[in-house]
Design a protein around this ligand. Sequence first.
Ligand SMILES: C[C@H](O)[C@H](O)CC(=O)C(=O)O
Ligand SMILES: [Mg+2]
Length: 392
Amino acid sequence: MPLPLIKAVRAYVVRGGGADYHDQGEGHWIDDHIATPMSRYPEYRQSRQSFGINVLGTLVVEIEAVDGTIGFAVTTGGEPAAYIVEKHLARFLEGRDPTEVEKIWDQMYFSTQYYGRKGLVVNAISGVDLALYDLIGKLRQEPVYALLGGKVRDELTFYATGARPDLAKELGFIGGKMPLHHGPAEGEEGLRKNLEELETMRNRVGEDFWLMFDCWMSLDLNYATKLAHKAHEYGLKWIEEALSPDDYWGYRDLKKNAPPGMLVTTGEHEATRWGFRMLLEMECCDIIQPDVGWCGGVTELIKIANLADSKGVMMIPHGSSVYSYHFVITRHNSPFAEFLMMAPKADEVVPMFHPQLIGEPVPVNGKLKLGDAPGFGVELNRDVGLHRPYPR
Ligand SMILES: C[C@H](O)[C@H](O)CC(=O)C(=O)O
Ligand SMILES: [Mg+2]
């Protein structure tokens, strides 16, 4: 039976937490002297908010069908992304059949290609695509994982990202990914401190628990190679996003020169099948980490995941809560998932996209069974101060 046509697309902006998970209060581990490409400037070293990491805020996209059913999604991009959704992308959806996902994606991408391709525009496209999947699921009364071919395993298994892998172990996660705190501009002393932190955590968690470093694009090839070799002594499982996302050549060389057994991972700031094709064909990494809210949405992630699968590369999406859980549960090359610890001290499991999602599931003992609620299985919290800057 044909689904009701799309009546309206609306884009809202929300401040504080949620999809823009770096928009946190003072004292949160996620904003405490984390190495970034801006760490070369001492005045921007202590806080990522100081250089504007949270300047955009959260984007909420709603798509309403003529029967009143609403699909929605949250991602980042804030007001500029809301402008793109309302003024440019909405025309490719309103009046159309919601199941035309491929054609809608194609039209959104190619109509914006002259100013888009990556970053903010693909972020906005991702938000629309996720809301469209949520709408189709809600109209068909099926969870998104069922639309994607169904579960290949009963439950999700998680590692945790946060400043306290030792506590993550107690909470039942299979591993802990810690932020790197000191970049190349902090010299040998910074390198020593990075290694001391790793050693401390290794001593606390024992030999077998996975420990990883998230370098958030902050290093150069020499530093990353040196860090990888020194960290090997403490059993570092992977080195993540060590270099600029544009430095495919650097990633290729880092992977070639990494110590045996240590994985090189990247991709959370990469977008589309073409960006990931570069990473895969140049053999830049062992795990690709697309963020489904940034890389082009589910429609594009299907293509990215298939490319990775054909190369025998794992695809472990970056964060993004329910939007990645529904995908990961359907893929053999995504054997585990990331959980981002949003508690300020990384000492308890709290919903990743709080306060924007109602009913957001969280891992218990590092595991999660997905329910069968339609769409992505969550509702939008309308009490978070939704602001629609560009009503039509
Ligand atoms: C901890 C990282 O710096 C960043 O905030 C999150 C991230 O890159 C990840 O979860 O991966
Ligand atoms: Mg990361």
